[in-house]
Write a protein that binds this ligand. Structure first.
Ligand code: KG4
Ligand code: ZN
Length: 377
């Protein structure tokens, strides 16, 4: 059953949407309102992390994540409504991430949204988590389309062109691990704890990034895809050769690995900047490169991207960190955009472990895959 989309009159009015997110290890609920002039107001924005629950295992455990999401979601919705000073009746729609992600987790947000939509007679909007990241810079900045997006998190590493709401072209994605995973797994091998990225960056500060030679992934290969599995293995092999590693050894390996990941991201992004500039020659200068995802917090990564952007006539934009990492504000924003276009979903909308944002490139390149097989990121 599709609940009725808003009338054209309603589309010109303010729209207020509750967004829910639970696809990885953050449970989140947010309420955004878009004024008729297009201004976005964040009325509530709640995020509950699960770092402590997963820390003993050195990574996200899907079953633990799913249970924690299910336990936290209702409370977060109540808190978000209280923060916004609204009741369910005041909402125009309810949006939830319905994929891609850990399926048990995705169910928590999607089922909660379905229950609320059915109970309150509100439209449901099933949101692709990647579209949330793609539009996230527009929560805080009226950024014009088109722009290039590099999404680098623990679950995803991809280069996307955002041409318009609902129109995305994937230029490349990782063939194996995500960049955040390369940080996390190397940090785990080195005993730095979880999440590894920030810990590795901390010790890299006093390290010599030139001490250990690490390979350049996909060297000489055309295109904008990424690969981090080889780097991760090479770092582990170096670690295994170190007998009783000193703090300096650790710092040097962390710095070398960080530099290698930053370099790999920058090199592939350089190609995407060229593709973008050729495809959209009339875009006003400077063009925009957006970096989102947890790895965007890394200063070496940002520095490398900034240099590439500047050299190619782009400005680098990073959304505020709270909207760079997983959050529900970006899901509510996609909800508003889709609702304004009358794009609502039935209560049979499925939870999807895999759901490429750009269906066309998924079909053209089966390695990316939209089914059960294919790289996770
Ligand atoms: O976007 P995010 O919060 O969650 C998802 O993965 O969806 O990203 C988390 C990832 C983790 O792999 C974490 O280690 C990495 O981002 N990360 C960092 C830094 N801060 C977070 N990696 C390198 N340096 C950092 N400062
Ligand atoms: Zn994410």
């Amino acid at each position: 059953m599709d609940l009725a989309p808003p009338s054209p009159q309603a589309q010109a009015c303010a729209l207020t949407v509750l967004g829910l997110e639970s696809s990885c290890d953050e449970t989140a609920a947010a309420i955004l309102r878009r004024a008729p002039d297009g201004r976005i107001e964040v009325l509530a924005d709640r995020v509950l992390g699960q770092t402590e629950a997963h820390a003993p295992f050195g990574g996200v455990v899907p079953e633990i994540a799913a249970r924690a999401h299910a336990e936290a979601m209702d409370g977060l919705v109540i808190e978000a409504l209280a923060e916004a000073g609204l009741g369910i009746a005041d909402l125009d729609g309810i949006a939830a991430t319905s994929g891609p992600g850990l399926i048990g987790g995705v169910m928590a947000a999607l089922m909660t949204a379905k229950g609320l939509a059915l109970g309150a007679g509100k439209p449901l909007i099933a949101v692709n988590h990647l579209e949330g990241h793609a539009l996230s810079p527009r929560i805080s900045d009226p950024l014009a389309f088109p722009y290039l997006l590099l999404l680098v998190s623990g679950g995803h590493t991809q280069l996307l062109i955002a041409e318009d709401v609902g129109v995305y072209h994937r230029l490349g994605s990782t063939l194996d691990d995500a960049a955040g995973e390369a940080f996390d797994k190397t940090a785990k091998v080195m005993g730095l704890g979880f999440p590894g990225g920030p810990a590795l960056e901390r010790i890299a500060a006093t390290g010599d990034a030139t001490r250990f030679g690490l390979p350049v992934p996909l060297k000489g290969k055309p295109g904008c895809d990424f690969s981090f599995a080889g780097l991760k293995t090479a770092a582990r092999q170096i670690w295994d050769t170190l007998e009783n590693p000193t703090d300096q050894d650790k710092a040097d390996l962390a710095a070398s690995m960080q530099a290698a990941i930053a370099r790999a991201l920058a090199r592939r992004t350089r190609r995407a900047l060229t593709v973008f500039a050729e495809r959209y020659p009339d875009t006003p200068r400077p063009m925009s490169l957006v970096v989102a995802g947890g790895v965007a917090a890394n200063k070496a990564v940002r520095g490398a991207l900034e240099a590439e952007a500047e050299a190619a006539g782009f400005r680098l934009i990073a959304p505020p960190m709270k909207w760079c990492t997983d959050n529900a504000a970006m899901i509510a924003l996609v909800g508003i955009e889709k609702l304004a276009r009358g794009q609502v979903d039935g209560l049979d909308a499925p939870a999807r472990a895999r759901w490429p944002l750009d269906g066309a490139s998924a079909k053209a390149d089966p390695a990316i895959g939209s089914g059960r097989k294919g790289p996770k990121a």
